[in-house]
Design a protein around this ligand. Structure first.
Ligand code: XUL
Ligand code: CO
Length: 436
């Protein structure tokens, strides 16, 4: 049984191809900076948007035509979805996928029943992984859809809800381990607040840290070796999410002695909502050794919410890949398409167009970024711009030798600072354009 009979395995046909369902840039075995494109990008498809997205919005019902989905929460429907998903991953040629527990398996009438359903679907996923060689990039627990999480999960005012969330994450960690998941993600969900009149922020943050320590301890106990990741997002669904951006996450992790166990999963649209560029978030995480993975998508600059669109902007993918290469790659992470087709793009084939475009945009971004690095003019400029720190007073300051008295003596003798030089922003923007 094929669920996408009109689509074969997406081939690489090169830049001159006019076939909309072929890769023009993603050539998985092509070597870039000594590593294959496949190993640089570690592409991943998400279960939630791609197989569970309905196209509903606050103003209207679902629009997606999904012939394999009977619209029920039955186990049979979920098992069929596993076949659909692996046919999709295989035809696209991606090595990884990612899920929330509740995307792959419907919630039962009790926690016990939910666990049992999850085990059943996980067994089906494992069989498909073994058959296809496709692997799990990360698992995560959905701690935000069920109404019990109305006040949050680990930051809920209701201790029982914290306990429920812990039980759910325990199980999800076990399933992620069983499936060989290379990472485990915590996105804040409803961990935040709508107002501070009713909120004990300090207590909520202490609880969140306790929750993460419990996860770290349990991973050790069961021998789960995957990397823990936190996914920053500043708002939506709450007005203020505690994991608001890379800097806030790293500060939180450092304050609660969690830094050794976590890295960050940086999502483009979340960076935008935080008032940062993707490049900023990646650099900030990267220079602290905390760049773990990315959720690849884009927002719409005219809309102020998380539109989760497929990335096609080559400036964005080039900037993203420049940062990923600069910080030594994604390690166990990947380029995970946390993106959804528009409500108006409701045919199954649109799922292929969307992913093929996103993958090619990243492949091209990777090639452009590598060319910019090989050219060297950009990095030479930056090196030169900071050259006053390489010797003399700059080197004395950086090495910690100079104090204020030394600076005063130095400047009293010299009289005035050396002249500044131009930042040459426009010249550098023109330089980048030479590669696009
Ligand atoms: C929400 C979001 C999530 C996480 C996983 O904005 O990005 O889908 O990636 O929970
Ligand atoms: Co995400």
């Amino acid at each position: 049984m094929q669920y996408f009979p009109e689509v074969g395995k997406i081939p690489y046909e090169g830049p001159s191809s006019k076939n909309p369902l072929a890769y023009r840039y993603y050539n998985e075995n092509e070597m870039i900076e000594g590593k294959s494109m496949k190993d640089h990008l570690r592409l991943s498809v998400v279960y939630w948007h791609t197989f569970r997205g309905t196209g509903s919005d606050p103003f209207g019902a679902s629009t997606m035509i999904r012939p394999w989905d009977d619209g029920t929460n039955s186990v049979d429907n979920a098992i069929r979805m596993v076949d659909v998903a692996f046919e999709f991953f295989s035809k696209l040629g991606v090595p990884y996928y990612a899920f929330h527990d509740r995307d792959i398996a419907p919630e039962g009438n009790s926690l016990k029943e939910s666990h049992a359903i999850l085990d059943k679907i996980a067994a089906a996923l494992l069989a498909k992984q073994q058959q296809t060689g496709i692997k799990l990039l990360w698992g995560t627990a959905n701690l935000f859809s069920n109404p019990r999480f109305v006040h949050g999960a680990a930051t809920s005012c209701n201790a029982d809800v914290f306990a429920f969330a812990g039980a759910q994450v325990k199980k999800c960690l076990e399933v992620t381990k069983m499936l060989g998941g290379e990472n485990y993600v915590f996105w804040g969900g409803r961990e935040g607040y709508q107002n501070l009149y009713n909120t004990d922020m300090k207590r909520e943050l202490d609880h969140l840290a306790r929750f993460f320590h419990m996860a770290v301890d349990y991973a050790k106990k069961i021998g789960f070796k995957g990397q823990f990741l936190i996914e920053p997002k500043p708002k939506e669904p709450t007005k203020h999410q505690y994991d608001s951006d890379a800097a806030a996450c790293l500060n939180f992790l450092r304050s609660y002695d969690l830094l050794p166990y976590f890295k960050l999963n940086i999502e483009t649209n979340h960076a935008t909502l935080a008032g940062h560029t993707m490049m900023h978030e990646l650099d900030y995480a990267g220079f602290q050794g905390a760049l773990g993975s990315i959720d690849a998508n884009t927002g719409d600059l005219l809309l102020g919410w998380d539109t989760d669109q497929f990335p096609t902007d080559l400036y964005l993918t080039t900037q993203t890949m420049l940062m990923i290469l600069k910080h030594g790659g994604l390690g166990t992470g990947g380029v995970n398409f946390d993106a959804k087709v528009r409500r108006e793009s409701f045919e199954p084939i649109d799922l292929f167009h969307a992913h093929v475009g996103g993958i090619d945009a990243f492949a091209r971004g990777l090639k452009i970024a590598a060319a910019i690095r090989a050219d060297g003019r950009l990095s030479d400029f930056v090196k030169q711009r900071y050259s006053s720190w390489d010797s003399g007073i700059g080197a004395e300051i950086e090495s910690g030798k100079a104090d204020f008295a030394r600076l005063e003596a130095y400047m009293l003798e010299k009289g005035e600072a050396n002249a500044n030089t131009s930042g040459r922003q426009e010249m550098l923007e023109n330089l980048i354009n030479q590669f696009l």
